[in-house]
Write a protein that binds this ligand. Structure first.
Ligand code: NAD
Ligand code: DAU
Length: 335
């Protein structure tokens, strides 16, 4: 089987490509625009693999997308603008890539008789939970709060509409916060590790009592592969890590691991519209496909911190390049 992976030079896409080449006999074409978040360094070790091919381009480019779809059986769609803070500062590109780009892919999938279109989505489409109750599941109504989550919710609805209207075979996964190697250091874990390493402040938004359900990226990759292979057509599966932690708990874990003082934790202005808590009930994928997270939080966070320390050059390369200028301009006043 040959699959088109979109956004394979990003965090989860790159981990998925490594995972598939190790665990399945599938061939892969990776379509990625290489935005600020795309990094071919993450795929260096497999770039000469005969089962792997890279195509640089935009998912909004109808001609290119159609050419690539002719060569594959299925699609796994990761490409997106993925950072909530950026979506608050510049929402337009989130609509272009996440909504328009997804529609371009869906239309091409339909016209090229793609056997299955798998859409990678997020738990953020469901909104926010109270600190002390409930979990999201596949039946939770959509209630997105940020331009990012609104654009992902729109893309999910478009995918469903292509199923209902044109009979496209699709599956969707809505998963919680991933962590692991190759994550862009604007996201909380790699940013906190990089700052702690250099004795810089860890910026904690608001009161820091915001909860996320942490999912090790390899577990997410396995869930996607199982849904692609055995998931029911036109169905959604929620994927979670069974590991709820607050920002403060995450910061303390990172500081303790690096032997740094808690005084590095610095409360800063809160993210507007910050969702209080996310948590996933993953019983549907567990009951139907036998999936559950294999990596414990303790194991996963240790591996992730170690990867970030061992690959400090990979991280610093990003933090000191173009991104530094962007980060200082946008966030410089925060600390
Ligand atoms: P990322 O920002 O690390 O990577 C996104 C990739 O998409 C980059 O390689 C970028 O170059 C590429 N891209 C962006 N715009 C493109 C375009 N127009 N055409 C082609 N390529 C383009 O993102 P990530 O964290 O790996 O997330 C991947 C997917 O998983 C996204 O759809 C995101 O919404 C979803 N998701 C992420 C998480 C998480 O915790 N990171 C959780 C749930 C869902
Ligand atoms: O829940 C899934 C989502 O997880 C994905 O859909 C998104 O693509 C992904 O980016 C992630 O979104 P979050 O907003 O939860 O991730 P982020 O790492 O930006 O923030 C995690 C938590 O940490 C959140 O409560 C905000 C807080 N935070 C973040 C940063 C970057 C801080 O307190 N300080 C920071 O500097």
């Amino acid at each position: 089987m040959k699959i088109l992976v979109t956004g394979g030079a990003g965090f989860i896409g790159a981990n998925f490509i490594h995972w598939v080449l190790k665990n399945r006999d599938w061939e892969i074409i990776n379509l990625d625009k290489l935005t600020y978040a795309g990094n071919l360094e993450s795929l260096k070790s497999i770039e000469d693999d005969k089962r792997y091919e890279f195509a640089q381009g935009d998912i909004c480019d109808t001609k290119l997308v159609n050419e690539l779809m002719k060569k594959v059986d299925m699609v796994v769609h990761f490409a997106a603008e993925s950072h909530v803070d950026r979506s608050i500062l510049e929402p337009g590109v989130f609509v272009t890539t996440n909504v328009v780009g997804t529609q371009v892919l869906l239309q091409a999938a339909l016209e090229n008789n793609i056997k299955r279109f798998h859409h990678v989505s997020t738990d953020e489409v469901y909104g926010a939970l109270d600190l002390n109750g409930g979990k999201f599941n596949e039946k939770t109504p959509y209630d997105p709060h940020s331009p990012y989550s609104a654009s992902k919710a729109s893309s999910d609805l478009l995918v469903r509409a292509y199923g209902d209207t044109y009979g496209l075979d699709f599956t969707i996964t809505n998963c919680s916060n991933n962590y692991g190697p190759y994550q862009f250091p604007e996201k909380m874990i790699p940013l906190f590790v990089a700052n702690a390493r250099e004795d810089k402040a860890l910026p904690i938004y608001g009161d820091g009592k915001y909860i996320r359900d942490w999912l090790y990226v390899d577990d997410h990759c396995e869930a996607i592969a199982l849904v692609l292979e055995k998931g029911k057509a036109q169905e959604t599966y929620c994927v979670g890590g069974d590991s709820e932690k607050s920002i403060i708990q995450m910061a303390e874990t990172i500081l303790e691991n690096l032997g740094k003082p808690k005084s590095l934790m610095t409360h800063v202005k809160d993210r507007p519209g910050h969702d209080r808590r996310y948590a996933i009930d993953f019983s549907k994928i567990q009951n139907e496909l036998g999936w559950k997270p294999r990596v414990t939080f303790e194991e996963g966070i240790e591996k992730t911190i170690k990867w970030n320390l061992d690959n400090a050059a990979w991280v610093q390369n990003i933090l000191s390049g173009e991104y530094k200028k962007y980060y200082e301009k946008q966030y410089g006043g925060r600390l």
